[in-house]
Write a protein that binds this ligand. Structure first.
Ligand code: BGC
Length: 461
């Protein structure tokens, strides 16, 4: 098996599961372009529209739970391939749906894919990566999310802009990309889904999963093919001694003792990544710009710039996650988030400011998120759990991310109406301040450490 797999280069192997992030980003962002045409075509009531938008999130929750359960039974690689297939089925299903009910079912299936990918993609990379590159490689997953979001904006805009010239074309082309162009927006996801499933076939199974199943020879074989000999030897001795401890029951019994601190930290990181208001900016950005009196066309342009800066600044994390470390990125990023959020709040209280000032503050905000909370949250929630309970821990924390995404989606419009725009952004600033204080006190640096060492760090803490 190992001979046929991409074992030579850890970056190339990690790019395959990272592509799950691209599908996650695309699937969650594509909805922004399709809501209006779908509403018109199927005469959706407000309640049904809400259901159409949120059924993807319900799918995510189902997907997260399935991923947790399945990845311990059939392995990480097969579960990742399953998520690729669900994305493919969803892309085709959404684009072919003849009724609103079928559309909801197809969206739900896509959501399951997102849920699975959000657990298993970063977990696979975390388990696979050499300790010295782990931060960078998991940050690639976040990079893929940001590219997926940006691609969805671009493709939606491109299809919408060319629809008029295609509308009269006969056959499927005219239907999918002209008359009912929302179908084409969904269908485009089929391309990365096929690429995803195809390249996953070439990656090896997670070393740590193989060890947990007692397939030590295969695990060792893969480890030695993906590391320098010296590094592989050190890693193997640590891995096998941890495995012996687990097998002898030396550590397994004390679930709560080993999991209490990582779980509290992980759930906290998951919730407060979202309470920074990120998805309010990512998904309601144009509305926010319009509220500040910016014209509709400019609002969309500004949103595209935000998407591009989100991608660009993720490279800072890719470069520094293993050098400066997770903790520094987190604290500096949070400081920047607090300053930009407070400024945005003031802008909405001040009349007559030029529109580029709001744009600049929003760009500082997204840049700080992209280099800190975005990648570091996923890096840490995948690193901090002991091997024996990693799947359970990561599943619970990822579930917390999706619950928080849902909460924010439900309450952000209400917050804008009741608290007003300034107070809403100040509330996000307060959440970031709280995040800063807790992280300052409790987040231990994990850069360069083996996963098996991190467990002890956290217990000691
Ligand atoms: C978050 C998503 C967010 C994205 C933005 C991810 O880390 O989990 O909720 O939309 O970053 O880049």
């Amino acid at each position: 098996m190992a001979a046929k797999t991409l074992t030579g280069n850890s970056i190339i192997v990690s790019l395959a599961p990272a592509l799950g992030g691209l599908l996650f980003g695309y699937d969650t962002a594509v909805i922004s372009g399709v809501i209006e045409p779908v509403r018109k075509q199927f005469h959706l009531s407000a309640v049904y529209e809400g259901w159409f938008v949120s059924c993807g999130l319900l799918g995510c929750i189902i997907g997260v739970l399935m991923a947790g359960f399945l990845s311990n039974i059939i392995g990480r690689k097969k579960v990742l391939m399953l998520s690729g297939l669900t994305f493919l089925i969803s892309a085709i299903g959404c684009s072919a749906a003849s009724t609103k009910e079928l559309l909801v079912v197809a969206r739900l299936i896509g959501g399951i894919g997102v849920g699975i990918a959000s657990v298993v993609s970063p977990m696979y990379i975390t388990e696979f990566a050499p300790a010295k590159k782990r931060g960078m490689l998991v940050a690639l997953y976040q990079l893929a999310i940001t590219i997926g979001i940006f691609l969805a904006y671009l493709i939606n805009a491109g299809i919408a802009a060319s629809a008029e010239t295609i509308v009269a074309s006969p056959g499927f082309k005219g239907l999918l990309f002209g008359r009912e162009n929302w179908r084409g927006m969904f269908l485009m996801m089929a391309i990365p889904s096929i690429v995803f499933v195809f390249i996953l076939a070439f990656i090896p199974e997670s070393i740590r999963y193989l060890i947990s199943k007692g397939r030590l020879d295969l695990a060792k074989n893969i480890l030695f093919k993906t590391r320098d000999k010296k590094v592989a030897e050190q890693e193997w001795s640590l891995l096998s001694s941890t495995q012996k401890d687990d097998n002898n029951g030396n550590t397994k019994g004390a679930f709560w003792y080993r999991m209490k601190f990582p779980l509290l930290i992980g759930i906290f990181l998951a919730f407060f990544q979202q309470f920074s208001g990120i998805n309010a900016v990512i998904y309601y950005g144009p509305e926010i710009f319009k509220k500040a009196g910016i014209a509709s066309d400019n609002a969309l342009l500004f949103q595209a710039i935000i998407g591009a800066v989100n991608i660009l600044f993720t490279f800072v994390a890719i470069r520094y996650a293993d050098k400066a470390g997770r903790r520094s990125l987190l604290l500096y990023g949070l400081a920047g988030l607090i300053i930009s959020l407070v400024s945005i709040g003031f802008i909405f209280r001040t009349e007559g400011l030029p529109s580029y000032i709001l744009l600049i503050c929003m760009l500082v905000y997204i840049a700080c998120f992209a280099l800190s909370l975005g990648p570091v949250t996923w890096i840490l929630i995948n690193e901090i759990f002991p091997a024996a309970y990693r799947v359970q821990g990561v599943t619970i924390c990822t579930l917390a991310v999706w619950v928080a995404v849902w909460l924010l989606g439900q309450f952000f419009p209400i917050m804008l109406d009741t608290l007003g725009t300034s107070n809403t952004f100040w509330l996000f600033a307060l959440c970031c301040l709280f995040h800063f204080l807790i992280s300052y006190k409790y987040i231990v640096e994990t850069k360069g450490k083996q996963l098996e060492e991190i467990e002890h760090l956290f217990i000691a803490h």
